[in-house]
Design a protein around this ligand. Structure first.
Ligand SMILES: C[S@@+](CC[C@H](N)C(=O)[O-])C[C@H]1O[C@@H](n2cnc3c(N)ncnc32)[C@H](O)[C@@H]1O
Length: 229
């Protein structure tokens, strides 16, 4: 079944069980592990996380492929993951890594953590999949301390007019259903700006770097900050 939001009428919270994609989760667990070396994803994850320190929250951690790349300067990672199978794999990955990682069920739109509790938030291939980007980024802003950092690696719209219409067509038809709620025509940079983050340096890159351009190839890797109040 595709994404089926179950929102509490009282709190507006999205139940983590609402993200239930067992087939996609199994597929993602297999291909993402291969992409670490085959597509150079391991190197990108390293760049995404290098230099981070303090308390970190990772949103939609999947099977935990980022965990091994957190530097020793990070004191604690809280990794939010709503999908049950991916969360189990993330728990196993957490046991193997050096930095303390606590894997927690939850959804980006209603993060189950205190306000202003984190020095950094990590968004890695997740803004494409959340049900409500605006709400998810408002939550990221809430849980970051003023001046806190966002590290992001996201795919989104790109590649000119033809690719743009292919991406929009996919989003309106099969893609989200086949790929666990993923969309290929979102604009992560615009969304971060709209959510009130101050953008730091970011770069656009293609994944894979060589070979055919896919609707998911147009990526951005960079940093943003919650402004000081
Ligand atoms: C393409 S996977 C990326 C996983 C991981 N971040 C990575 O870099 O490999 C997308 C992830 O977003 C999660 N996700 C989907 N909807 C979500 C939501 N509303 N809140 C938080 N995570 C969500 C999925 O369960 C999945 O783990």
């Amino acid at each position: 079944m595709p994404f089926n939001p179950i929102r509490s009428a009282r709190t507006g919270a999205v139940a983590p069980e609402a993200v239930h994609h067992p087939v996609f989760a199994r597929y993602y667990a297999r291909v993402s592990a291969g992409a670490e070396t085959r597509m150079g994803m391991g190197r990108v994850r390293e760049r995404l996380l290098t230099g981070l320190s303090g308390r970190v929250i990772e949103i939609g951690a999947g099977n935990g492929l980022n965990f091994a790349h957190y530097p020793g300067t990070v004191s604690e990672v809280v990794a939010i993951e709503p999908e049950r199978l991916l969360r189990q794999l993330a728990v196993e990955a957490a046991l193997r890594c050096e930095v303390p990682v606590d894997v927690v069920p939850g959804a980006a739109e209603a993060l189950p953590v205190k306000s202003e509790a984190y020095d950094a938030a990590v968004l890695s291939l997740v803004l494409c999949s959340v049900r409500d980007v605006r709400r998810a980024l408002a939550e990221v802003r809430r849980v970051l301390r003023p001046g806190g950092t966002v590290r992001f690696f996201e795919h989104g719209r790109g590649g000119g007019r033809l690719m743009g219409s292919v991406q929009r067509g996919l989003d309106a038809t099969v893609w989200p259903r086949l790929c666990g709620g993923c969309h290929v025509a979102r604009d992560p940079i615009g969304a971060l700006r709209e959510a009130g983050f101050a953008l730091g340096p970011y770069r656009r890159l293609l994944m894979p770097e060589r070979g055919p351009r896919l609707p998911t190839s147009y990526c951005v890797l960079g940093t943003a900050h919650r402004p000081l109040d």
